[in-house]
Design a protein around this ligand. Structure first.
Ligand SMILES: [Zn+2]
Ligand SMILES: [Zn+2]
Length: 412
Protein backbone atom coordinates (compact mmCIF):
# COMPACT_ATOMS: atom_id res chain seq x y z
CA UNK A 1 0.00 0.00 0.00
CA UNK A 2 1.64 3.20 -1.08
CA UNK A 3 0.78 6.38 0.76
CA UNK A 4 0.73 9.78 -0.82
CA UNK A 5 3.14 12.28 0.64
CA UNK A 6 1.32 14.41 3.23
CA UNK A 7 0.02 17.64 1.82
CA UNK A 8 1.26 20.07 3.31
CA UNK A 9 3.42 20.71 5.39
CA UNK A 10 6.16 21.12 2.88
CA UNK A 11 9.35 23.09 3.10
CA UNK A 12 8.41 26.55 1.84
CA UNK A 13 12.08 27.47 1.46
CA UNK A 14 13.62 25.01 -0.94
CA UNK A 15 17.37 24.61 -0.89
CA UNK A 16 19.09 26.39 -3.75
CA UNK A 17 20.80 23.23 -4.96
CA UNK A 18 17.38 21.63 -5.36
CA UNK A 19 16.01 24.59 -7.22
CA UNK A 20 15.45 24.10 -10.90
CA UNK A 21 15.21 27.50 -12.44
CA UNK A 22 15.07 26.12 -16.00
CA UNK A 23 11.58 24.92 -16.68
CA UNK A 24 8.81 23.93 -14.32
CA UNK A 25 9.00 20.22 -13.57
CA UNK A 26 5.44 19.10 -12.93
CA UNK A 27 5.00 17.50 -9.51
CA UNK A 28 4.59 13.76 -9.72
CA UNK A 29 0.98 12.70 -9.62
CA UNK A 30 0.09 11.62 -6.11
CA UNK A 31 -1.57 8.23 -6.06
CA UNK A 32 -3.29 6.46 -8.85
CA UNK A 33 -4.63 8.19 -11.92
CA UNK A 34 -8.35 8.70 -11.50
CA UNK A 35 -10.89 7.13 -13.75
CA UNK A 36 -12.63 9.41 -16.20
CA UNK A 37 -15.15 11.51 -14.28
CA UNK A 38 -18.53 9.94 -14.61
CA UNK A 39 -21.63 11.09 -12.82
CA UNK A 40 -24.31 8.44 -12.83
CA UNK A 41 -27.87 9.48 -13.37
CA UNK A 42 -30.11 10.08 -10.38
CA UNK A 43 -31.98 6.85 -10.99
CA UNK A 44 -28.70 4.87 -11.26
CA UNK A 45 -27.48 6.08 -7.91
CA UNK A 46 -30.84 5.81 -6.19
CA UNK A 47 -31.34 2.27 -7.45
CA UNK A 48 -27.85 1.27 -6.44
CA UNK A 49 -28.31 2.82 -3.02
CA UNK A 50 -31.69 1.25 -2.34
CA UNK A 51 -30.40 -2.26 -3.04
CA UNK A 52 -27.39 -1.66 -0.83
CA UNK A 53 -29.19 -0.11 2.08
CA UNK A 54 -32.04 -2.54 2.32
CA UNK A 55 -29.77 -5.53 2.83
CA UNK A 56 -29.77 -6.94 6.34
CA UNK A 57 -27.33 -9.44 7.69
CA UNK A 58 -28.91 -12.17 9.79
CA UNK A 59 -26.65 -15.12 10.50
CA UNK A 60 -27.52 -18.06 8.22
CA UNK A 61 -27.10 -20.50 11.12
CA UNK A 62 -28.77 -18.80 14.06
CA UNK A 63 -30.39 -15.59 12.75
CA UNK A 64 -28.45 -13.24 15.06
CA UNK A 65 -27.21 -9.97 13.49
CA UNK A 66 -23.79 -10.16 11.83
CA UNK A 67 -21.15 -7.51 12.41
CA UNK A 68 -18.11 -6.56 10.38
CA UNK A 69 -14.93 -7.94 11.99
CA UNK A 70 -12.00 -5.52 11.63
CA UNK A 71 -9.47 -8.24 12.46
CA UNK A 72 -10.76 -10.78 9.96
CA UNK A 73 -12.35 -8.44 7.41
CA UNK A 74 -15.46 -10.57 7.24
CA UNK A 75 -18.98 -10.64 8.65
CA UNK A 76 -19.03 -12.50 11.95
CA UNK A 77 -21.81 -13.80 14.16
CA UNK A 78 -21.34 -12.87 17.81
CA UNK A 79 -23.83 -15.55 18.86
CA UNK A 80 -22.62 -18.73 17.13
CA UNK A 81 -19.21 -17.63 15.87
CA UNK A 82 -19.86 -18.37 12.21
CA UNK A 83 -18.06 -16.07 9.75
CA UNK A 84 -19.04 -15.06 6.25
CA UNK A 85 -16.55 -13.64 3.73
CA UNK A 86 -17.39 -10.32 2.10
CA UNK A 87 -17.48 -10.76 -1.63
CA UNK A 88 -16.77 -7.57 -3.49
CA UNK A 89 -18.05 -7.20 -7.00
CA UNK A 90 -14.82 -7.32 -9.08
CA UNK A 91 -16.47 -5.14 -11.73
CA UNK A 92 -17.35 -2.38 -9.25
CA UNK A 93 -15.27 0.79 -9.50
CA UNK A 94 -15.22 3.91 -7.34
CA UNK A 95 -17.09 6.64 -9.12
CA UNK A 96 -15.75 10.18 -8.75
CA UNK A 97 -17.79 13.28 -9.45
CA UNK A 98 -17.00 16.53 -11.14
CA UNK A 99 -17.44 19.07 -8.33
CA UNK A 100 -19.18 21.74 -10.37
CA UNK A 101 -21.59 19.29 -12.01
CA UNK A 102 -22.48 17.69 -8.68
CA UNK A 103 -23.16 21.08 -7.07
CA UNK A 104 -25.38 22.25 -9.96
CA UNK A 105 -27.29 18.98 -9.73
CA UNK A 106 -27.67 19.45 -5.99
CA UNK A 107 -28.98 22.98 -6.54
CA UNK A 108 -31.36 21.73 -9.24
CA UNK A 109 -32.52 18.86 -7.02
CA UNK A 110 -31.50 16.31 -9.67
CA UNK A 111 -28.51 14.75 -7.93
CA UNK A 112 -28.65 11.08 -7.04
CA UNK A 113 -29.66 11.48 -3.43
CA UNK A 114 -30.54 8.53 -1.29
CA UNK A 115 -32.26 7.97 2.01
CA UNK A 116 -31.27 5.38 4.52
CA UNK A 117 -33.69 2.50 4.46
CA UNK A 118 -34.09 -1.09 5.52
CA UNK A 119 -32.46 -1.99 8.78
CA UNK A 120 -30.51 1.25 9.11
CA UNK A 121 -31.57 4.16 11.30
CA UNK A 122 -30.28 7.55 12.19
CA UNK A 123 -29.72 9.15 15.58
CA UNK A 124 -29.80 12.92 15.74
CA UNK A 125 -28.11 14.14 18.92
CA UNK A 126 -30.17 16.93 20.52
CA UNK A 127 -27.09 18.24 22.27
CA UNK A 128 -24.45 18.55 19.51
CA UNK A 129 -26.47 17.96 16.31
CA UNK A 130 -24.31 15.00 15.27
CA UNK A 131 -26.07 12.47 13.03
CA UNK A 132 -25.11 8.84 13.40
CA UNK A 133 -26.18 5.93 11.24
CA UNK A 134 -26.48 2.52 12.80
CA UNK A 135 -27.54 -0.88 11.63
CA UNK A 136 -30.09 -3.06 13.44
CA UNK A 137 -30.45 -2.21 17.10
CA UNK A 138 -28.48 0.61 18.68
CA UNK A 139 -25.89 -0.59 21.18
CA UNK A 140 -24.39 2.81 21.99
CA UNK A 141 -25.99 4.55 24.96
CA UNK A 142 -24.23 7.89 24.60
CA UNK A 143 -23.68 10.19 21.65
CA UNK A 144 -20.21 9.31 20.29
CA UNK A 145 -19.35 12.98 19.69
CA UNK A 146 -20.45 14.69 22.93
CA UNK A 147 -21.14 11.74 25.29
CA UNK A 148 -24.69 12.96 26.00
CA UNK A 149 -27.02 10.02 26.77
CA UNK A 150 -29.06 9.06 23.69
CA UNK A 151 -32.85 9.37 24.04
CA UNK A 152 -35.24 7.09 22.26
CA UNK A 153 -36.80 10.17 20.60
CA UNK A 154 -33.46 10.89 18.93
CA UNK A 155 -33.82 7.90 16.60
CA UNK A 156 -35.47 8.96 13.36
CA UNK A 157 -35.76 8.38 9.65
CA UNK A 158 -33.01 10.20 7.83
CA UNK A 159 -33.39 12.79 5.08
CA UNK A 160 -32.08 12.19 1.57
CA UNK A 161 -28.46 12.96 0.92
CA UNK A 162 -25.55 12.09 -1.40
CA UNK A 163 -24.94 8.37 -1.70
CA UNK A 164 -21.57 7.08 -0.52
CA UNK A 165 -18.96 6.30 -3.16
CA UNK A 166 -16.28 4.51 -1.18
CA UNK A 167 -15.09 3.26 2.19
CA UNK A 168 -11.76 2.41 3.79
CA UNK A 169 -12.68 -0.59 5.98
CA UNK A 170 -11.87 -0.58 9.69
CA UNK A 171 -8.83 -2.71 10.56
CA UNK A 172 -8.29 -1.99 14.26
CA UNK A 173 -10.46 -4.19 16.48
CA UNK A 174 -11.79 -3.24 19.90
CA UNK A 175 -9.03 -4.94 21.97
CA UNK A 176 -6.29 -3.10 20.05
CA UNK A 177 -8.19 0.21 20.18
CA UNK A 178 -8.69 -0.13 23.95
CA UNK A 179 -5.03 -0.95 24.44
CA UNK A 180 -3.99 2.13 22.41
CA UNK A 181 -6.36 4.41 24.31
CA UNK A 182 -5.37 3.03 27.74
CA UNK A 183 -1.71 3.56 26.94
CA UNK A 184 -2.43 7.09 25.79
CA UNK A 185 -4.53 8.00 28.85
CA UNK A 186 -2.11 6.48 31.33
CA UNK A 187 0.77 8.45 29.87
CA UNK A 188 -1.09 11.80 30.35
CA UNK A 189 0.04 13.48 33.53
CA UNK A 190 -2.56 15.36 35.54
CA UNK A 191 -5.50 13.85 33.70
CA UNK A 192 -8.49 13.92 36.09
CA UNK A 193 -9.72 10.69 37.60
CA UNK A 194 -13.02 11.12 35.73
CA UNK A 195 -11.11 10.90 32.46
CA UNK A 196 -9.54 7.64 33.50
CA UNK A 197 -13.01 6.30 34.31
CA UNK A 198 -14.01 6.78 30.69
CA UNK A 199 -15.46 3.29 30.50
CA UNK A 200 -18.45 4.30 32.60
CA UNK A 201 -18.56 8.07 32.09
CA UNK A 202 -17.70 8.48 28.44
CA UNK A 203 -18.40 7.02 25.05
CA UNK A 204 -15.89 4.81 23.31
CA UNK A 205 -16.97 3.40 20.00
CA UNK A 206 -15.91 2.59 16.48
CA UNK A 207 -17.23 5.16 14.03
CA UNK A 208 -16.74 5.88 10.37
CA UNK A 209 -16.52 9.62 9.68
CA UNK A 210 -17.49 11.29 6.41
CA UNK A 211 -14.81 12.65 4.12
CA UNK A 212 -14.54 14.03 0.65
CA UNK A 213 -11.39 13.10 -1.22
CA UNK A 214 -10.42 15.58 -3.94
CA UNK A 215 -8.43 15.22 -7.16
CA UNK A 216 -7.36 18.36 -8.98
CA UNK A 217 -5.21 19.26 -11.99
CA UNK A 218 -4.11 22.88 -11.81
CA UNK A 219 -2.15 25.20 -14.08
CA UNK A 220 -0.81 28.37 -12.48
CA UNK A 221 0.94 31.26 -14.16
CA UNK A 222 2.85 33.54 -11.83
CA UNK A 223 5.03 36.60 -11.58
CA UNK A 224 7.51 37.01 -8.77
CA UNK A 225 11.12 37.59 -7.87
CA UNK A 226 14.14 35.40 -7.36
CA UNK A 227 16.70 36.45 -4.75
CA UNK A 228 20.33 35.25 -4.85
CA UNK A 229 22.64 35.99 -1.97
CA UNK A 230 26.16 37.29 -2.49
CA UNK A 231 28.82 38.71 -0.21
CA UNK A 232 30.73 41.95 -0.54
CA UNK A 233 33.65 43.32 1.39
CA UNK A 234 32.93 46.81 2.68
CA UNK A 235 34.68 49.39 4.80
CA UNK A 236 38.38 49.81 5.37
CA UNK A 237 40.87 49.42 8.14
CA UNK A 238 39.31 48.13 11.35
CA UNK A 239 35.81 48.53 9.89
CA UNK A 240 36.56 46.24 6.94
CA UNK A 241 34.08 43.32 6.91
CA UNK A 242 31.94 41.15 4.64
CA UNK A 243 28.24 41.70 4.24
CA UNK A 244 25.67 39.32 2.78
CA UNK A 245 23.25 40.88 0.33
CA UNK A 246 20.41 39.65 -1.86
CA UNK A 247 20.17 40.43 -5.55
CA UNK A 248 16.52 40.35 -6.66
CA UNK A 249 15.55 39.65 -10.26
CA UNK A 250 12.09 39.28 -11.80
CA UNK A 251 10.87 35.76 -12.35
CA UNK A 252 7.76 34.36 -14.01
CA UNK A 253 6.53 31.05 -15.29
CA UNK A 254 3.86 28.39 -15.31
CA UNK A 255 3.57 25.47 -12.88
CA UNK A 256 1.28 22.47 -13.05
CA UNK A 257 0.08 20.39 -10.11
CA UNK A 258 -1.71 17.07 -10.16
CA UNK A 259 -3.23 16.58 -6.72
CA UNK A 260 -4.67 13.16 -5.98
CA UNK A 261 -6.56 11.78 -3.01
CA UNK A 262 -6.65 14.86 -0.80
CA UNK A 263 -9.00 13.93 2.07
CA UNK A 264 -11.04 16.50 4.00
CA UNK A 265 -13.47 15.85 6.84
CA UNK A 266 -17.04 16.87 6.08
CA UNK A 267 -18.28 16.59 9.67
CA UNK A 268 -18.68 19.47 12.08
CA UNK A 269 -18.23 19.51 15.84
CA UNK A 270 -14.93 17.65 15.67
CA UNK A 271 -11.49 18.77 16.72
CA UNK A 272 -10.26 19.44 13.16
CA UNK A 273 -6.56 19.85 13.93
CA UNK A 274 -6.46 16.59 15.92
CA UNK A 275 -8.23 14.79 13.11
CA UNK A 276 -5.77 16.19 10.61
CA UNK A 277 -2.94 14.79 12.73
CA UNK A 278 -4.28 11.32 11.90
CA UNK A 279 -3.18 11.82 8.27
CA UNK A 280 -2.01 10.57 5.87
CA UNK A 281 -4.94 8.30 5.05
CA UNK A 282 -4.33 5.62 2.43
CA UNK A 283 -7.18 6.69 0.19
CA UNK A 284 -5.92 4.21 -2.42
CA UNK A 285 -7.05 1.46 -0.02
CA UNK A 286 -10.66 2.61 -0.45
CA UNK A 287 -13.11 0.17 -2.00
CA UNK A 288 -16.49 0.89 -3.58
CA UNK A 289 -18.94 1.49 -0.75
CA UNK A 290 -20.87 -1.51 0.44
CA UNK A 291 -22.67 -1.53 3.79
CA UNK A 292 -21.22 -4.86 4.95
CA UNK A 293 -18.19 -2.88 6.16
CA UNK A 294 -20.27 -0.76 8.55
CA UNK A 295 -22.46 -3.58 9.90
CA UNK A 296 -22.34 -3.31 13.71
CA UNK A 297 -20.37 -0.04 13.63
CA UNK A 298 -21.54 3.55 13.71
CA UNK A 299 -21.07 5.86 10.77
CA UNK A 300 -21.64 9.55 10.52
CA UNK A 301 -23.20 11.20 7.50
CA UNK A 302 -21.76 14.42 6.08
CA UNK A 303 -22.67 17.77 7.61
CA UNK A 304 -21.14 20.06 4.94
CA UNK A 305 -21.44 19.81 1.17
CA UNK A 306 -18.43 19.10 -1.09
CA UNK A 307 -18.20 22.68 -2.41
CA UNK A 308 -18.10 24.19 1.08
CA UNK A 309 -15.44 21.74 2.27
CA UNK A 310 -13.42 22.35 -0.90
CA UNK A 311 -13.51 26.15 -0.54
CA UNK A 312 -12.75 26.31 3.15
CA UNK A 313 -10.44 23.32 3.65
CA UNK A 314 -9.10 21.74 0.47
CA UNK A 315 -8.36 24.84 -1.63
CA UNK A 316 -6.05 26.46 0.97
CA UNK A 317 -4.01 23.26 1.07
CA UNK A 318 -3.87 23.07 -2.72
CA UNK A 319 -2.79 26.75 -2.75
CA UNK A 320 0.07 25.87 -0.37
CA UNK A 321 1.11 23.10 -2.74
CA UNK A 322 0.99 25.52 -5.69
CA UNK A 323 3.09 28.09 -3.80
CA UNK A 324 5.62 25.38 -3.05
CA UNK A 325 5.84 24.53 -6.77
CA UNK A 326 6.23 28.20 -7.66
CA UNK A 327 9.08 28.66 -5.18
CA UNK A 328 10.78 25.57 -6.52
CA UNK A 329 10.28 26.84 -10.05
CA UNK A 330 11.74 30.26 -9.21
CA UNK A 331 14.77 28.69 -7.54
CA UNK A 332 17.55 30.77 -5.99
CA UNK A 333 18.00 31.42 -2.29
CA UNK A 334 14.84 33.46 -1.74
CA UNK A 335 11.57 33.73 -3.59
CA UNK A 336 8.78 36.27 -3.67
CA UNK A 337 5.44 35.50 -5.26
CA UNK A 338 3.86 38.65 -6.66
CA UNK A 339 0.70 37.41 -8.32
CA UNK A 340 -0.57 34.08 -9.57
CA UNK A 341 -3.51 32.86 -11.56
CA UNK A 342 -4.71 29.26 -11.20
CA UNK A 343 -6.95 27.40 -13.63
CA UNK A 344 -8.47 24.06 -12.64
CA UNK A 345 -8.33 21.65 -15.58
CA UNK A 346 -10.00 18.93 -13.53
CA UNK A 347 -11.61 19.02 -10.09
CA UNK A 348 -13.45 16.00 -8.78
CA UNK A 349 -14.31 14.34 -5.50
CA UNK A 350 -15.59 11.16 -4.00
CA UNK A 351 -17.62 10.86 -0.83
CA UNK A 352 -16.21 8.20 1.46
CA UNK A 353 -16.08 6.88 5.02
CA UNK A 354 -12.83 6.60 6.99
CA UNK A 355 -12.56 4.38 10.08
CA UNK A 356 -11.80 5.51 13.64
CA UNK A 357 -12.36 4.72 17.26
CA UNK A 358 -13.60 7.76 19.13
CA UNK A 359 -13.45 8.36 22.87
CA UNK A 360 -15.52 11.27 24.16
CA UNK A 361 -15.50 12.25 27.82
CA UNK A 362 -17.36 15.19 29.29
CA UNK A 363 -15.36 17.09 31.85
CA UNK A 364 -16.26 20.44 33.33
CA UNK A 365 -19.16 20.73 30.88
CA UNK A 366 -16.93 20.30 27.85
CA UNK A 367 -16.57 17.22 25.61
CA UNK A 368 -13.01 16.02 25.09
CA UNK A 369 -12.46 13.85 22.02
CA UNK A 370 -9.66 11.36 21.49
CA UNK A 371 -9.36 9.68 18.09
CA UNK A 372 -7.73 6.37 17.23
CA UNK A 373 -6.86 5.86 13.57
CA UNK A 374 -8.85 2.78 12.55
CA UNK A 375 -6.05 1.57 10.29
CA UNK A 376 -2.91 2.19 12.30
CA UNK A 377 -4.03 2.52 15.94
CA UNK A 378 -2.37 5.96 16.16
CA UNK A 379 -3.95 8.12 18.88
CA UNK A 380 -4.59 11.88 18.63
CA UNK A 381 -6.69 13.83 21.04
CA UNK A 382 -7.44 16.42 23.59
CA UNK A 383 -7.42 15.83 27.33
CA UNK A 384 -8.54 17.80 30.36
CA UNK A 385 -6.15 18.87 33.10
CA UNK A 386 -7.11 18.16 36.69
CA UNK A 387 -6.87 21.43 38.67
CA UNK A 388 -6.86 19.46 41.91
CA UNK A 389 -3.97 17.25 40.81
CA UNK A 390 -2.00 20.22 39.46
CA UNK A 391 -2.59 22.20 42.67
CA UNK A 392 -1.52 19.20 44.73
CA UNK A 393 1.63 18.83 42.63
CA UNK A 394 2.41 22.54 42.98
CA UNK A 395 1.94 22.40 46.77
CA UNK A 396 4.08 19.24 46.94
CA UNK A 397 6.74 21.04 44.87
CA UNK A 398 6.70 24.04 47.20
CA UNK A 399 6.97 21.79 50.26
CA UNK A 400 9.93 19.93 48.73
CA UNK A 401 11.59 23.25 47.82
CA UNK A 402 11.12 24.57 51.39
CA UNK A 403 12.54 21.40 52.92
CA UNK A 404 15.53 21.51 50.57
CA UNK A 405 16.05 25.21 51.27
CA UNK A 406 15.97 24.51 55.00
CA UNK A 407 18.41 21.61 54.67
CA UNK A 408 20.82 23.67 52.60
CA UNK A 409 20.64 27.09 54.21
CA UNK A 410 18.39 26.84 57.28
CA UNK A 411 20.94 25.11 59.47
CA UNK A 412 23.85 27.43 58.76
ZN1 LIG B 1 -24.92 -17.19 14.16
ZN1 LIG C 1 -23.93 14.70 20.63
Amino acid sequence: MTQPPPLPPQDPHPHPQNAQPQGPPPLPAQGQPSPTPHVPSASDRARQHVTEQTRTYPCGSCGAPLTFSPERQDLSCGACGRAYPIELDPAAVIVKHDLQTAMSELAAGSVGLASVGGDEHEVLCQSCGGRTIFNGSLTATRCPYCATPIQRDDVQNSPERFALDAIVPLHVGEPQARESIEKWINSRWFAPREFKKYRTLGSFTSVYLSYYSYDADTTTSYHGQRGDTYTVVVGSGENRHTETRIRWRPASGVVRNNIRDLPELSNTGMDGSRIRDLEPWPIQAAVPYTPEFVAGHLSRTYDRDPQDVFSRNARPRIDDQIDFSIRRDIGGDHQRIGNKNTAYGMLQFMYLLLPMWLLTVNYDGKPFQVFVNGLTGEVQGDRPWSKVKIAAAVIAGIVVACVLAYLIWGRQ
